[in-house]
Design a binder for this molecule. Structure first.
Ligand SMILES: Nc1ncnc2c1ncn2[C@@H]1O[C@H](COP(=O)(O)OP(=O)(O)OP(=O)(O)O)[C@@H](O)[C@H]1O
Ligand SMILES: [Mg+2]
Length: 285
């Protein structure tokens, strides 16, 4: 295949040796299968900032630290320098998150570095060595769905122990590897402590997984892991080995039922829009 220019620089620098094939092109990035020496890896090339929703960025970046006051000021003023820095900050977020989460034992692809705006990481494969399917593309039986749900809740919990919330967790950002689910796609990762929408995002992440896996194992619909772990986290009691039950008794005095209903409808609508975007991107591709 013809080497895309963003990857040619990595070949010139000796980071990778060859681009084997395109893997997937989504809204935000194009992912390629590449070879580095004897290793087959993948390279995620980020698309232009202009193509991403500004609104979303504002919500996600709240609470995220930017190093250096010049950078913070530049991002504040929408100068050309500021735009460049903001773009770099966005891209680095995913790389930083992968290193941090991998170090904490979360099931994410192993990162191999960030070069010229390209993330090189482990290619997640299935048992036959083909690039792994996404969770949203496979049919699971009830026992598998329950097992996957338990593993994924554990990953969300470990992330929260690192102070991070995925923010866009869905069956399309989970790959099915030979040892079970692997979580991908972190550019929008949210700081759990410094973001007003953190709880809502955590609940949405968990609900997206439960909604999908509950189709195969309906008893999952009756679990409340997100609520449970958030309460522990807020109390400062969440640990990587905290046992979760999935049971949760909401404080009924504080429940805002209209708000809950609205949030669920928003999440459904957003999932639909995402799905349509994905289908449109796949058609273009
Ligand atoms: N480490 C990996 N191993 C195998 N496949 C991967 C890996 N990373 C990404 N992919 C594939 O590339 C697709 C796009 O990657 P990713 O979700 O990170 O980017 P994106 O542009 O945000 O995509 P989308 O907008 O569809 O969510 C994934 O759905 C998956 O199929
Ligand atoms: Mg994705």
């Amino acid at each position: 295949m013809k080497t895309p220019p963003q990857l040619q620089v990595l070949i010139d620098d000796g980071v990778i040796d060859e681009v084997l094939r395109p893997l997937k092109s989504g809204k935000e990035a194009a992912v390629y299968v590449v070879r580095s020496g004897d290793e087959i890896r993948c390279a995620k090339v980020y698309k232009d900032m202009a193509q991403r929703s500004f609104q979303q960025r504002v919500q996600y970046q709240e609470g995220r630290k930017v190093r250096g006051s010049r950078e913070a000021r530049a991002i504040g003023k929408a100068s050309k320098y500021g735009r460049r820095q903001q773009e770099a900050a966005w891209k680095n977020t995913e790389v930083d998150a992968l290193y941090q989460l991998r170090g904490a034992g979360v099931r994410v692809p192993e990162p191999f570095g960030y070069f010229h705006g390209v993330l090189v990481m482990e290619l997640v494969t299935d048992a036959e060595g083909f690039s792994a399917a996404r969770l949203g593309e496979v049919e699971l039986d009830a026992a598998q769905a329950r097992r996957f749900h338990a593993v994924l809740v554990q990953q969300v919990k470990l992330m929260l122990c690192c102070g991070l919330i995925h923010g866009d967790l869905s069956p399309y950002n989970v790959l099915v590897g030979p040892d079970g689910p692997v979580v991908i796609d972190f550019p929008q990762v949210v700081s759990a402590g410094g973001n007003n929408a953190a709880r809502a995002m955590l609940l949405r992440d968990v609900n997206n997984l439960t909604a999908w896996l509950g189709r195969s194992a309906p008893e999952l619909f009756d679990t409340w892991y997100g609520e449970e772990m958030w309460e522990l986290f807020q109390a400062g009691d969440l640990q990587p080995d905290s046992a979760l039950t999935g049971e949760f008794t909401p404080d009924l005095r504080a429940v805002d039922l209209d708000g809950v209903r609205e949030a669920i409808n928003d999440a459904r609508e957003e999932a639909l829009i995402r799905q349509q975007g994905r289908e449109a991107a796949e058609e273009d591709y």
